[in-house]
Structures are given as C-alpha cells and as structure tokens.
Design a protein around this ligand. Structure first.
Ligand SMILES: *Cc1c(COP(=O)(O)O)cnc(C)c1O
Length: 486
C-alpha cells in the first residue's frame, strides 16, 4: 500500500479550502497570498500528522471544518505583531525589558509626523543649505542643562563609549574603584573603557577615594578623569568620594577633561515631586564637568537616546569622532526627543505631562481607588484563585536603587489548592493565562501568588481595556490547566 498517496488523497486541495465559504470573511481581512500560505502550511501540517499515524490512519478523521479552523488560527499567529503592547503591572515603572517609559503625547505625534513625511533633518530651512541633525535638539538641551553645546546618540552606553573614545583614546582614563560599575548586560565600565581605546587607571579603594588619590594618579599619559553615577547600588558606611567640583578643579589644573556619566539624569527636580533625589545634569555642568552623559529613556521619560552635553570644544571633538556617525540617532527618535524636551521647557506641570513622571508621582489614594473599583469584578473570575487587594511598594526601575517611597496597591492572585505542587501548577497557568490575553498582562510572581501592581494602569481607556479582556481569562486559564495535565 502506498501510504503517501493514501494520505494525500484524504486531504482537500489548496484551492478547495481557499474556496470554502467560511474563509471568505478572512480573505477580506488578509491578502490572498497570506491566506494561501496559511492554507498550505495547515495542509502540510495535517499531512505530517497523518503520516505519523499512518498505521491507524483510519481512526483519525480529517474534518474540513477543523482544517478551516486551524487555518484561521494560523493566520492569527502569523499576523500578530512581535512588538506587542502589554500592561506593565510588574511594579517596576521604568522597566527596561518592557521598553522603559511610555512617551508623552506630543512626542508620539511628532514621531508619527516624522514617520509620515520628509522632515528638515539635516537641512537648514533658513539658508537652504545643509544642516546638522543635532540642531533639532541642541538649543533645547543647552537651555535645560546650562551647557554650551550638546549632541545626541543612540543610547547612553553609546554616549559613554563615544565620549571616552573622542577624549581619551590611547591615554589613561582615571576613575575611582568605587565606580567601576556594571549596568547590566555587557556594560561594565572597565570593558567600555577598553572598547573605547582608553586604558583604565583606577584609584582609591572600593569604599573611599580621596582627592589626593586622583592628584597622585595624574601623569603625562592621563587622558581624562571620569566619574560614573552609581545608580544601581550604594556604598554605605565608612565611605568617601570626591565631589564633582573638586574633580573638575583637579582635572583642569592638569589640563585634562572631566567626564561624568550620570546614567539617568533628570531634567526636573525629582525630590521636589516627593521622589528620591536624582542628579540633575544642570548641577553637574555647574560644578565644572566638561562633558555629561545621560539616558533619554530613563527618568527623563523620553525615547531611547544618549545625551551628551558640555563645553563646546569637547562636544566638537566628540562630533568629529567616526563613531558619532555609527551611533547617530534616527529621525523618529530625534523628533520624539525634541518634543519631550519641549514639554520640560514649556510645561507648567511636567510631572503630569511626562507619563513616566505621572506614574511615579501618582497619588496612593488614586491607586487605592482603582483597586477598590476592580476588586469586586475580579475576585469571582476564577473558582480556585483567591484575589485580594494589598499594599505594596513600586520601584523606579532602570537601574535605580529599590526605594520604599512609592506606596502602591496590588491585586494579589493566590491559587487555593491544598497541595503545594498543585498550587504552583495553578500559579504557572494563571501567569500564562494573563500573558495570553489580547494585551498581555505582565505581573510579578512572589510568595506563591501573582502580584499585579496597579500603579501603571493609568487612564480610563486603559482601565476599560484591562477589565474588558478579563472575560477571556478563565478560558485561557482552563486551556492552560488542560495542557499542563496532559
Ligand atoms: C543606564 C546607564 C547606562 C546605560 O544607558 P542606556 O541608555 O541604557 O544605554 C550607562 N551608565 C549608567 C551610570 C547608567 O545608569
């Protein structure tokens, strides 16, 4: 018996399936070629299944309707974007793995405009001659930081490499042992210095570095003095570091530049908003730093970018470095960054108009009220999961230290099975069910429960979308439990 022939005969032809009335609606929504592709793949898949079970093939019914169904769900998977919007209910507001901050509305509009049309990117509208893309944001950055000049690149890691390469390649970069930071991934200060062509000259001890350590380290080989903001850890106890203005004075006495990597860098005083103090580039410039770098998408709340501000002569050197071209910011990010900076310059209420700041400064009573609104409808959704509203603490994120200053509320989903293993299984399925929703909900597993911190669920539209899709939770949960059991 020819099994292959036999199997083939039991499947419909591609065209027969394409002509099926129940696929006609689908054909209106997707291109013919895409539908054909999914039909072909569905049939290939069915053929493989039949061949694998060829011996008892008679027992496997090939239903036309089942094939159509598989075809439609294959199309759904094929057309679902990989970069999907999610609800960030992890409790970490500026979450690097979830794309950091949502952008302010003017930045979103500026991006759409720049995406849709040609823009005067490197074109001087006054003279009609060639322009420099940095001018889109340079004067705003100077105004906001008090610097003489500014340039921007793809991200702050790039900004640090570029600045080190332009100012210190082939020479020594002097830095305190207490600041040889690792930011995450492969970003470690000693490696970055090496990549930029500087040799690392570390001074002082892990906990204490004095001015005399820097004085003693400076020699003919010195290229620059570097200070890195230790954003993600703290050295406490018997400690000493040299203040910026003293480092600037030492550097200038020896005729070398002083570079400060601020990491986050805030453009408005966060302490005045009740948040932990974050260094302002303006203060670092005022203290005498020649070059200051910081991120566009951390506490600034804008698009991914590395911002470099400082003395004109230094910024010119940085802009002439070949890596500047390799790291340049694209027009969409430039448009978004310009619009974000304008909010800081022009708004009376940046803490309301910059979403990251709005989330970070959201009043606790507001979050609590949201929790009370949601609780009655969510607590009865699943029979074997108990839901409560609990106090919690949100975190800033983006490498900031955990701080206990952002009291919030979380919906806590706790499976009720008797056995520990059954509870763990249920919890995995629950987390999975939330991830399967049309707009996946990302929470945090902790102490045998799924915690959904409500701080970042902001605005009526978001709340409605969150509530509406919960009606799908139970079926995803049950489907996930069934998969676990088999
Ligand atoms: C986050 C951080 C960086 C890297 O910035 P990205 O914009 O993420 O590239 C560099 N230095 C410090 C001190 C940081 O905190």
């Amino acid at each position: 018996m020819n099994t292959t022939m036999d199997v083939r005969r039991r499947l419909p032809a591609v065209d027969a399936l394409m002509a099926d009335p129940s696929l006609q609606d689908t054909l209106k929504r997707h291109s013919r070629s895409l539908v054909r592709r999914s039909v072909r793949e569905t049939l290939d898949d069915a053929r493989r299944r039949l061949q694998n079970q060829a011996l008892d093939a008679d027992s496997l019914p090939i239903e036309f309707g089942d094939l159509v169904q598989r075809c439609v769900s294959r199309l759904d998977t094929l057309t679902q974007p990989n970069s999907r919007a999610v609800f960030n209910l992890t409790g970490t507001v500026i979450h690097t793995n979830l794309g950091r901050s949502p952008l302010p509305e003017p930045a979103i509009e500026a991006m759409a405009e720049a995406a849709r049309h040609p823009i005067a990117l490197e074109y001087d509208l006054e003279s009609g001659g060639r322009g420099d893309r940095d001018t889109l944001v340079e004067s705003l950055l100077c105004e906001l930081t008090g610097a003489e000049a500014a340039t921007v690149v793809n991200n702050n890691a790039g900004a640090v490499v570029l600045a080190l390469g332009a100012l210190g390649a082939g020479r020594e970069a002097v830095i305190s042992r207490g600041e040889l930071i690792e930011i995450g991934g492969a970003f470690r200060m000693p490696d970055i210095m090496q990549a930029a062509g500087c040799s690392l000259h570390e001074v002082g001890a892990t906990n204490r570095t004095h001015a005399r350590d820097f004085e003693g380290a400076l020699n003919d080989e010195t290229g620059l003095i570097v200070k890195a903001h230790t954003s993600n850890y703290a050295i406490t106890g018997f400690t000493k570091s040299v203040p910026e203005h003293e480092l600037a004075e030492i550097a200038h006495r020896h005729g070398v530049p002083f570079l400060v990597d601020l990491g986050s860098g805030a453009l408005t005083d966060l302490a005045a908003l009740g948040l932990p103090y974050e260094a302002l580039p303006r203060d670092t410039i005022a203290a005498g730093a020649d070059v200051v770098t910081f991120s566009g998408d951390k506490l600034l709340g804008g698009p991914q970018a590395g911002i470099i501000v400082g003395k004109r002569e230094m910024i010119e050197r940085i802009k002439r470095h070949p890596l500047k071209r390799a790291l340049r910011l694209d027009k969409l990010m430039l448009a978004a960054l310009e619009a974000t900076l304008r909010v800081y310059r022009d708004s009376d209420t940046p803490a309301r108009d910059i979403p990251a700041l709005a989330m970070l400064t959201r009043p606790e009573v507001d979050i609590a009220a949201l929790g009370e609104r949601l609780l009655p409808s969510v607590r009865t959704l699943l029979d074997d999961v108990d839901v409560t509203l609990q106090d919690c603490m949100s975190q800033l994120g983006s490498g900031s230290l955990p701080v206990d200053r952002l009291p919030s509320r979380a919906l806590v989903w706790r499976p009720q099975a008797q056995e520990r293993q059954a509870r763990e299984r249920a919890l995995r399925c629950l987390e999975m069910a939330f991830r399967c929703l049309p707009k996946p909900v990302i929470g945090r597993l902790r102490d045998g429960a799924l915690h959904l911190d409500l701080r970042c669920l902001m605005g009526e539209a978001q709340e409605r979308q969150f509530v509406d899709q919960l009606k799908l939770l139970k079926s995803h949960y049950i489907a996930s439990r069934t998969r676990e059991e088999t």
